[in-house]
Every structure is written in C-alpha cells, then in structure tokens.
Design a protein around this ligand. Structure first.
Ligand code: NUP
Length: 225
C-alpha cells in the first residue's frame, strides 16, 4: 500500500491538532519538522503521537555523529516513530541516526535527493546514487526521494530494493500522485491538504492512491533484492 503522510507544517498548536483530527482517518502517518516544532514546541509531538498515528520527525539531521545522536535521542523521547536525516554528511553521521532510531524501535529515512528545483545543483551527477548505496550499507529503513522527478525516484528504487521510499513534492510542488504512487511506499503531502478549504476531503482524495503501489504502468518496479 502507498501510504499517505501529512506534512503538518502549520504555525500553531491549535491548527496542528485541528487538522490532524480532521484528516487522521485518511492518513497513515504525520510528519512534522522545524516550522511546527519551532512555533509550538516539541511537546506538540507528544500530543500528536497520542492521537495514534505514527509521527515522523523531519529535522533533516545533518551534523557530526554525536550531535546527530543527541538530536535523535530527543526525538525518540517525544513519541516519534521515525526520523529523517541527510545522507551527504557521510556514513558515521547517518549511522548515528540509524542506530539511535533502531535502539528505540524506530525508523530512519535518509534524504537521497530533494524535491525542489535547486536540488539538481548538488544531488545530480552521482551524489544521490552514492547516498542510496550508503542507505543500504548503514541499514537505514528507507529514503526520501522526489515526487517531482518520478524517473529519478524510479532509478533510486533500483538501487535500494525493498527499502521504503517516502516521496514529498506531491501537490503544491507540482508532483502528480498518479505518476509516483506506483513506485513508492508513501506520498508526503503538505499544503495541498492543510491549506485546503476542506483538509479532510483533500486527504481522502490522496487516500485513493493507496492502492497504486507497484502498479505504475509507465515506471516498472524492478527490485534488486
Ligand atoms: O526533498 C524534500 N522535499 C520536501 O518537500 C524533502 C522533504 N522533507 N520535504 C518536506 O516535505 C518539506 O519540508 C515539507 O514538509 C513537505 C512537503 O510539503 P508540501 O510541499 O506538500 O507543502
């Protein structure tokens, strides 16, 4: 199943709780990061995780191993079940996040290539492929790969096999869910849901793509493993 993950980048605790409650029945997980946590404090994570859906911490951790571990420890003591880190920082820093996540029964996702236009400045030319290899070496649970470039995400799929792919860029950034849902394990959707006049209805629309995993006729799903 292709999961629907809400990127809850709203600016207040009340908005976050209200949208999470309305959309929750159509979601498989909620992702929060700097916008909400800086505005509402990390206790918002305890509150949201009490709602029952898995909560992913999108801090794109990119630091030395010790600092990365300290960040991950803090994350997993506040109800999160997953953490997102950058891959370009190298093996030891990625391992710090992966090991801390696994010590807490959580998951670690590594950014291989970002979804915005400027991502091509550095991630193309072999870097995303090297990060994908690092993901396999470190035992990370999956990658973050762009819905805005399905052909790149498909290429990354061939490198990481059955590890999970969570894919942001659907909706507001122009990514087409029907083009990406067939090759990934989860689509990450923010503004197209939380800025909608009817967030629950919007989430319900995205939930229809849950059945598309592995079915994209234009992009086959070859697995290395
Ligand atoms: O490459 C990435 N692109 C991206 O948009 C990696 C991410 N983690 N994100 C996040 O996904 C971004 O920070 C935001 O929280 C969400 C996409 O939100 P939206 O563009 O759907 O509003």
């Amino acid at each position: 199943m292709t999961e629907v993950i809400l990127a809850l980048d709203v600016g207040t605790r009340d908005a976050a709780v209200s949208i999470a409650e309305k959309t929750g029945p159509y979601l498989d997980a909620i992702k929060i990061g700097y916008p909400l946590v800086l505005a509402a404090g990390l206790t918002i994570a305890d509150e949201l995780s009490a709602g029952g859906l898995p909560l992913i911490a999108d801090f794109k951790v990119a630091d030395i191993p010790n600092t990365s571990r300290l960040i991950a420890e803090e994350v997993f003591s506040h109800g999160f079940s997953g953490i997102i880190c950058h891959g370009f920082v190298g093996r030891d820093s990625v391992l710090a996040c992966v090991d801390t996540a696994h010590d807490h029964g959580g998951e670690c996702y590594v950014v291989t290539e970002m979804s915005h236009p400027g991502a091509v400045d550095f991630f193309h030319g072999g870097i995303a492929e090297r990060i994908a290899a690092l993901v396999c070496e470190t035992g990370a649970d999956g990658i973050i790969a762009p819905a805005t470039r399905p052909e790149r995400t498909q290429m990354l799929r061939t490198l990481i096999g059955t590890r999970k792919i969570l894919s942001p860029g659907v909706g507001a950034q122009g990514g087409d869910p029907s083009a990406i849902a067939g090759i990934v394990d989860g689509i990450i959707v923010g503004r197209a849901i939380y800025e909608s006049a009817d967030p629950a209805g919007a989430a319900q629309q995205y939930a229809q793509f849950r059945s598309l995993r592995g079915t994209n006729p234009h992009l086959p799903y070859p697995l290395r493993e």
